[in-house]
Design a protein around this ligand. Structure first.
Ligand SMILES: [Fe+2]
Length: 306
């Protein structure tokens, strides 16, 4: 398999209501590294195992939530090809000029059927402290806090999950790796552009453009336990975990940032290849699908979004 087209999640811009509290959380507790603070108030962060200049953008705002998530494409020419395909689909594409975020090239920005703003980019400056490439040590920036390795995916809630699956699979060339299905369509869709069990997830909800969580990867189940210790030690609001998902098989814990945005840190999950059959869950097994050990849904997990 050769990865072409859309490669991976690249960045996410999250709204926070108290930037100082957010930085304490994302830098000291989650373990991201601060890259820069810009004049417009946005703060740029990255995880220790990411090559790109930044992956997490915190924007001070009156309400929490997600502004947009950007996916990296393999080549500049892919941006033009995807712009044509998105427009042919009947979706308006906005071109955001290079430099709107420091180090980031031109990008495409558009709304998908769930109401979320999705972007594509091909060019981002590399971090000066990214993974070493010559006689590489394990890390350059020393891991701290929860020791998250990268921005892994986000989970978004909105209407028309069938429509967003059609868009991501037919227009952006993602695969639907796993789904919870009801008689009236897909209720939860896990979509991958890579070898991962998912690169983005969409869950059915009447209100459009809602943000459930941003997820960061950890190296091991042991580190999920260490994240739980940090969550308890600093009285970070816990959602659920440590536990495991039936869907994706990830080992996970969920908590909230000081603005109320959902966070997940997780390890594991199956490896996906494009010839693998889709995995399906029926709605009567949804408890086990979401929380494999508890086998029932947690009301807070299903209801809290920003
Ligand atoms: Fe997740």
């Amino acid at each position: 398999m050769a990865l072409t087209g859309v490669l991976r999640p690249g960045y996410i811009q999250v709204r926070v209501t108290d930037i100082d509290a957010a930085l304490k959380h994302y830098v000291d507790r989650v373990g991201l590294h601060e890259v820069s603070r810009e004049a417009d108030g946005r703060v740029y962060l990255r995880a220790w195992d990411e090559f790109d200049r930044h992956s997490i953008v915190l924007r001070p705002a009156d309400t929490a939530g997600m502004d947009y998530v950007g996916f990296k494409v393999a080549a500049e020419s892919d941006l033009d090809a995807y712009a044509r395909r998105i427009e042919e689909h009947g979706t308006e594409v906005e071109e955001v000029p290079s430099g709107e975020q420091p180090g980031l090239g031109r990008r495409l920005s558009f709304d998908v059927p769930t109401g979320h703003r999705i972007e594509l980019f091909s060019d981002m400056a590399l971090s000066e402290h990214g993974p070493m490439t010559q006689n590489p040590e394990i890390w350059d920036d020393e891991p701290h806090g929860m020791r998250v390795t990268r921005f892994d995916h986000c989970n978004l809630h909105g209407p028309n999950i069938d429509g967003v699956v059609e868009f991501f699979t037919n227009v952006l060339d993602f695969s639907l790796t796993e789904a919870a299905e009801t008689p009236d369509g897909v209720a939860a869709a896990f979509l991958s552009c890579s070898n991962k069990a998912h690169d983005v997830a969409f869950i059915r909800r009447a209100e459009p453009a809602k943000f459930h969580h941003v997820a960061f990867s950890l190296d091991s189940w042991h580190e999920v336990g260490q994240a739980a210790d940090i969550i308890a030690r600093y009285d970070i609001p816990l959602d659920i975990g440590p536990t495991r998902h039936g869907i994706t098989r990830g080992q996970t814990i969920y908590f909230f940032d000081p603005s109320g945005n959902g966070n997940e840190v997780f390890s594991g999950g199956f490896i996906y290849y494009p010839d693998n059959p889709k995995r399906s869950w029926s709605i009567d097994k949804i408890g086990k699908a979401v929380f494999y050990y508890q086998r029932e849904l947690n009301e807070r997990f299903m209801s809290v979004v920003t």
